[in-house]
Design a protein. Structure first.
Length: 272
């Protein structure tokens, strides 16, 4: 019953459709997956149909982007099996609107600096209209300016400090996000603590009884991270999740579906 519970599709910043992800997952030993697109629920309406077609259980999921303003760091919160989608959509709309606005500004800048076809970027953009850095790089690759998504050109144009195309996206506070997500009756999981250095925040959220679990098995997790996080899970009776954080072509390093996964015990805790 193992499941890869951290996957991204073209509904956000992944390069594959949900059907393609489900097909690949069905060829592995996975029995469960979750499409956790960033701040987007657009895939949820089709999950039951795709689940039956590929004989794999697809747990509704989402990855909510927010900020730990105390430390001025981004945070990602995974929310699974929520019942009230209207509440989640209201959370997503703030970030999505800001991301769409930032995307249009990035396209304007890039179009002035490089000879590319703007429609190429729109072709690769997410299904809800958001334009991510990866979509712009994909268009630049097609236009001959780069041979990879990540590298010198990516750093040159998207560096937070010196990038000509860095546009800030606005996020809600992590606790505000969690409080609203809890109203949707979903399971709240702190994603990949190593990736944004969220270990101190993890302790605070556990103490405040704000999360149901933590993502233990993730490509960014070091061996000592896994041991530390799992000790927290056992001490506080939390749900431990795992996933590959698959983005297809848009991953910075090779990752495949099922590379990291959630064990059977915690799948049951999550869906029950």
């Amino acid at each position: 019953m193992n499941g890869d519970l951290h996957l991204h599709s073209r509904y956000s910043d992944g390069s594959l459709d949900i059907e393609q992800i489900a097909y690949i997952a069905s060829k592995s030993s996975l029995k469960h997956i979750s499409i956790t697109d960033h701040d987007c629920l657009d895939s949820w309406d089709s999950l039951n149909i795709i689940s039956r077609e590929y004989n794999i259980n697809i747990i509704p999921g989402i990855e909510l982007s927010c900020m730990d303003f105390k430390r001025n760091r981004k945070v990602h919160i995974l929310c699974y099996a929520a019942e009230n989608t209207a509440i989640l959509k209201s959370i997503c709309s703030y970030v999505t609107d800001s991301r769409i606005s930032a995307g249009h500004k990035m396209v304007d800048i890039i179009s002035q600096k490089y000879n590319i076809i703007p429609d190429l970027i729109k072709k690769y953009a997410s299904s809800n209209g958001c334009i991510y850095k990866q979509h712009i790089m994909h268009a630049l690759m097609q236009s001959g300016y780069s041979t990879s998504i990540y590298g010198n050109l990516y750093s040159h144009i998207f560096s937070k400090d010196t990038g000509c195309c860095y546009i800030k996206v606005n996020y809600l506070d992590v606790r505000e996000t969690i409080r609203n997500a809890k109203k949707a009756n979903g399971k709240i999981i702190l994603a990949h603590p190593r990736f944004y250095d969220s270990f101190d925040l993890l302790d605070e959220l556990i103490h405040e009884n704000m999360i149901d679990g933590v993502e233990v098995w993730h490509p960014s997790s070091l061996k000592e991270d896994i041991e530390y996080l799992y000790s927290k899970v056992k001490l506080h009776n939390l749900i431990a999740t795992g996933g590959s954080d698959f983005h297809g072509l848009y991953n910075a390093n090779p990752r495949y579906i099922g590379q990291f996964y959630t064990p059977d015990k915690y799948i049951k805790m999550l869906i029950n």
